[in-house]
Design a protein around this ligand. Structure first.
Ligand code: C2E
Ligand code: CA
Ligand code: CA
Ligand code: CA
Length: 280
């Protein structure tokens, strides 16, 4: 807070650079945002590169900054939310909002193939989360198999046994799991061995410039090979050009996601309908 007793504007500082004061400021900003409903939901379509099929989307959180009148990208605050143990509340809020939208528009359950939500590895540590998620799904009358949880590896999954139990519970109910940022995380191989992932999502940093960076292309190829051996579909993110999309298709990648197909936009019923038409 500044001298006038107001919350200072959000500082565009990344976690590593944030001073103690800025960090404390962010904690207040995030708690305030949760209390006053300042998070927003965007979504981005995943494009089938082979067979087509019903619409799949990933939902992405944003933070509304009322002082500057603009949205703040999650890269600015997710790591801090994890540090302050606020990420669980943010992830649960996202889930509740998404379920409520689908619950209000039952026709979406017929149009949608899958909705993917990001779940921080930190959220997985919260006891009782699986039961809360299941209760929330049931409360809104949503088909559990519509939901996929993408586990983001911003922090190592601390307790594999706990994570496995969480995933198994939701898996048994029909939910899907995807390993986000495959290839760049802390311990992707251990996760693959120990945890029931259905899909692998190749880190976009390798995908984006795979045409001009032979090393990145080699990494993508080896990840695709591994996924094939494990019999798991692959999503490639950060597809920004037609030529990368074509290259991925030739490699046998099933799903592409990126600005080339769809820029993330606010999640509304109408926007979903429009993307559902494009997905066919
Ligand atoms: P992510 O899950 O790897 O999401 C992909 C990010 O890449 C998104 O940024 C998306 O807007 C961006 N992107 C999409 N297409 C392209 C492209 O073609 N090129 C490039 N350069 N970027 C593209 P965003 O929305 O800023 O999200 C950043 C990260 O924040 C996410 O990375 C995810 O780790 C985290 N995050 C977002 N929403 C949530 C959430 O609700 N809960 C949790 N725990 N984490 C979230
Ligand atoms: Ca993701
Ligand atoms: Ca990712
Ligand atoms: Ca990421």
């Amino acid at each position: 807070r500044d001298g006038r007793g107001q919350i200072r504007p959000y500082t565009p500082t990344r976690v590593g650079e944030a001073s103690q004061r800025e960090t404390t400021n962010w904690a207040l900003v995030l708690m305030d945002a949760l209390r006053h409903g300042r998070f927003r939901i965007f979504f981005q379509r995943m494009q089938s590169l082979d067979a087509g099929g019903p619409l799949r989307v990933e939902v992405l959180v944003r933070l509304w900054d009322p002082v500057r009148g603009e949205l703040i990208a999650p890269g600015q605050f997710i790591a801090l939310a994890e540090r302050f143990h606020l990420i669980g509340e943010i992830d649960r809020w996202m889930l509740g909002e998404v379920l409520s939208l689908i619950g209000r528009h039952p026709e979406l359950q017929l149009q949608l193939g899958q909705v993917t939500l990001n779940l921080s590895a930190v959220s997985l540590r919260e006891p009782g989360l699986a039961q809360q998620v299941l209760a929330s799904i049931a409360q809104h009358g949503v088909r559990p198999d519509l939901l996929c949880f993408e586990i983001t590896e911003t922090q190592a999954i601390g307790n594999l046994a706990q994570a496995r139990e969480f995933m198994q519970t939701l898996h048994d109910a029909g939910c899907r799991f995807s390993l986000d940022d495959f290839g760049s995380g802390y311990a992707s191989f251990a996760y693959l061995r120990e945890l029931p992932f259905d899909t692998l999502k190749i880190d976009g940093l390798f995908v984006r410039d795979m045409q001009t960076e032979p090393t990145h292309q080699a990494m993508v190829r080896s990840m695709v090979d591994m996924a094939r051996l494990l019999d798991k579909p692959v999503v490639a993110e950060f597809v920004e050009t037609a030529s990368v999309a074509q290259l991925l298709r030739e490699l046998g990648v099933q799903w592409g996601q990126g600005y080339y197909f769809h820029q993330p936009e606010p999640l509304t019923f109408d926007a979903l309908q429009q993307q559902a038409r494009l997905a066919q």
